[in-house]
Design a protein. Structure first.
Length: 370
C-alpha cells in the first residue's frame, strides 16, 4: 500500500517515504514542517508546498476588474467570462492537486560515483491515477544539482528517466530527495511535494591527474620455493636428483653427465617488486582545516594512481594504517580498493601508524611544511 503525500508513512513497494514533520532533507537545514506549503502571507496549506506565479497576480487583478465591469454594464458576456475564469481557476487547482497526489518517485543509486564528476541517477516516476495522465511534471533533486521534465506519465503507468548530478565529497552520501512540481493546467501556482529516498551512495574519491605510482618498499622474507617450482632466474640454492614435475630447463647437464643420472638445480624464489600503495592517514594536527583539505587531495592522488594501474591490468595492493588489502586485479578488487579510500578518515599522530615493514620512501604521507 502506498503512502499519500503528507502522511509521513513509508511506501513499502516503491521504496520511498513521504517526509513528515521535523524531517531533514538532503542538504537542507531542519524545518518545523517539511510538508507545509506557504502562501505569501505565511498561512499553512497542508499536503504540499504552494508558491504563486506571476500569472496568479495577474489573475487576482483582472478578476475584480472584470467583475466590476460586469456589474456596471450588466453585460451577459462579461458575466459569462467572469464565470469561466473563476471556474477555470477551481478546475485547474483540482486537476493539479489530483496530479500531485498521484505521483510517486523512486531513485535508484548509480553503479559507481566519483566526487566532483557527473553521474546519472535513475528516477522512476509512477502515476497511480486510474483515469488521468500526469503532464509536464518537473522532478528536481533537493540539495544537489539536477532536474528533469516528464512530458507525460500515463494512468497507472510509469516513466524512467536519468538525471545528471554531482556529489561534491567522497564517502557515504544519502540519496537526494526529489521535489515534484506541478504547474498545469493554467499555471497559477507551483505546487510541489518532496519524496525522501531511502538508501545511500558510496562516493569514491575525486579523480585527478596522477603521476607515476609510488609503490611502498615492503620488506619481505624470501621463502624457499617448492621443489621444481621456483621462479626461473633466482639464485641456485642446491643440486638434487630429478623428480617428476621438475622443469627440464633446470637440469644441470655437467653434473648429470658426471653422475649418470638427471640432476636439477633448485632455485630460491626471487623477491617480487612491491605492488602496495601505502597511505599514512596520520596528520600533524587533526583539527587543521588546511591539512584536512590537503589530505583529501592526497587521497584523490592515491585513488587515481590505483585506478590507473588497475585499469592496465596490473595488480595493486593498499595499505592504510593497520588495514592491508593484498594485491589483486579485476572489477571486484578495484571496487574494494576505491571503497576503502572513499571511507578513510584522517587521524592524529600515533593513532593508526603504518606497519613497520612499510618503507618511508614510497609512502603517501602529508607532512607539515616548515
Amino acid at each position: 500500500m502506498s503512502a499519500e503525500p503528507g502522511t509521513g508513512r513509508r511506501a513499502t513497494k516503491a521504496g520511498f517515504r513521504a517526509p513528515g514533520p521535523g524531517t531533514r532533507e538532503f542538504g537542507d537545514p531542519p524545518k518545523a514542517n517539511e510538508r507545509t506549503g506557504r502562501w505569501g502571507l505565511g498561512g499553512a496549506f497542508p499536503g504540499f508546498a504552494l508558491k504563486p506565479t506571476p500569472a496568479f497576480w495577474v489573475f487576482i487583478v483582472a478578476v475584480p476588474v472584470l467583475g466590476v465591469a460586469a456589474l456596471n454594464t450588466g453585460n451577459n458576456a462579461l458575466y459569462l467570462l467572469l464565470s469561466l475564469a473563476l471556474g477555470s481557476f477551481v478546475a485547474s487547482g483540482t486537476f493539479s492537486r489530483h496530479t500531485l497526489r498521484r505521483i510517486r518517485v523512486a531513485v535508484s543509486p548509480p553503479r559507481e560515483a566519483f566526487a566532483g564528476a557527473a553521474v546519472e541517477l535513475e528516477l522512476e516516476v509512477t502515476n497511480t491515477s486510474g483515469w488521468l495522465p500526469a503532464a509536464l511534471v518537473v522532478c528536481r533533486l533537493v540539495g544537489a544539482p539536477g532536474h528533469a521534465l516528464v512530458p507525460v506519465v500515463p494512468p497507472r503507468g510509469s516513466v524512467t528517466l536519468r538525471v545528471p548530478t554531482v556529489f561534491g565529497r567522497r564517502g557515504r552520501r544519502p540519496l537526494p530527495a526529489v521535489q515534484v512540481e506541478v504547474r498545469l493546467p493554467l499555471g497559477f501556482f507551483i505546487k510541489s511535494v518532496r519524496w525522501v529516498q531511502d538508501g545511500e551512495v558510496l562516493v569514491y574519491p575525486r579523480r585527478v591527474r596522477a603521476g607515476a605510482a609510488r609503490f611502498a618498499g615492503l620488506e619481505r622474507r624470501e621463502d624457499a620455493a617448492a621443489p621444481g617450482r621456483g621462479r626461473r632466474g633466482g639464485e641456485v640454492e642446491q643440486l638434487r636428483e630429478f623428480r617428476s614435475g621438475d622443469d627440464r630447463r633446470d637440469i644441470h647437464w655437467k653434473q648429470t653427465a658426471r653422475q649418470q643420472r638427471f640432476i636439477v638445480m633448485e632455485r630460491r624464489e626471487r623477491s617480487l617488486p612491491s605492488r602496495f600503495l601505502a597511505l599514512d592517514r596520520q596528520l600533524p594536527r587533526r583539527d587543521d582545516a588546511l591539512l584536512l583539505d590537503r589530505f583529501e587531495d592526497l587521497v584523490s592522488e592515491v585513488a587515481s594512481s590505483a585506478l590507473q594501474q588497475l585499469r592496465r591490468g596490473e595488480p595493486v595492493g593498499l595499505v592504510i594504517g593497520g588495514a592491508v588489502i593484498t594485491p589483486g586485479t579485476g572489477v571486484a578488487h578495484t571496487r574494494r580498493v576505491l571503497a576503502q579510500l572513499a571511507l578513510v578518515q584522517a587521524v592524529g599522530p600515533g593513532e593508526d601508524p603504518l606497519p613497520p615493514l612499510a618503507a618511508g620512501a614510497g609512502v603517501y604521507r602529508l607532512a607539515e611544511a616548515r
